[in-house]
Ligand binder design. Sequence first.
Ligand SMILES: Cc1ncc(COP(=O)(O)O)c(C=O)c1O
Length: 207
Amino acid sequence: MATLAVAGGTPVRTKPFPKWPIFDEREVQALREVVESGRVVGRTPGSKVEQFEQAFARYQHAKHCIACTNGTTALYLALRAVGVKPGEEVIVPPYTFIASATSVLDVGAVPVFADIDPTTMTIDPKAAEAAITPRTTAIMAVHIAGRPADMDALKALAQNMAWRSLKMRHKRTAPVGGVGGSAPSAMPVASVSKPAKTSTQVKAGQC
Ligand SMILES: Cc1ncc(COP(=O)(O)O)c(C=O)c1O
């Protein structure tokens, strides 16, 4: 076996990684327009924030998009919006960012882990099904590294859950973080922030 670079062997990568995030004159111009408009706070009609929300909603085939300070806030708001209450349980994957679980705690609910499918690295619908209890009211699917969670299977599960919880408790269930309009009540959430993310924004999230 070749000697590892760390042990003095030839490195596989000889050039530095490209600069990231990438900003050019367009971002500078957009920023200049905001500063010169004097409307640097808030979500006024025609503002860049509103333009972004509309563009992102179109991109997601969603009716609406609400810009938030970050993805963690968007998760919290989405959980509140779909009606998750204190004491309820939300099924989340363990392979994700910590906010998947802490946002559930923030609404007073209990995060319940369901393992991932090792081939997709996203929540395994069968594990999610096994984690359902009478207190479960939502499933949070997290898409990882461009690999979407199995939303068809999760949607079917959520519909079944809705039926069960309607019969049992007159409650609604909802997957949070899905792509598009998965029934019965879906709330896609995105974090498009920090240099580590693939979109070159400064800091934002939306639901
Ligand atoms: C899967 C996932 N959920 C939520 C978040 C939280 O997003 P933010 O850092 O914008 O609060 C992140 C951030 O890395 C994430 O990767």
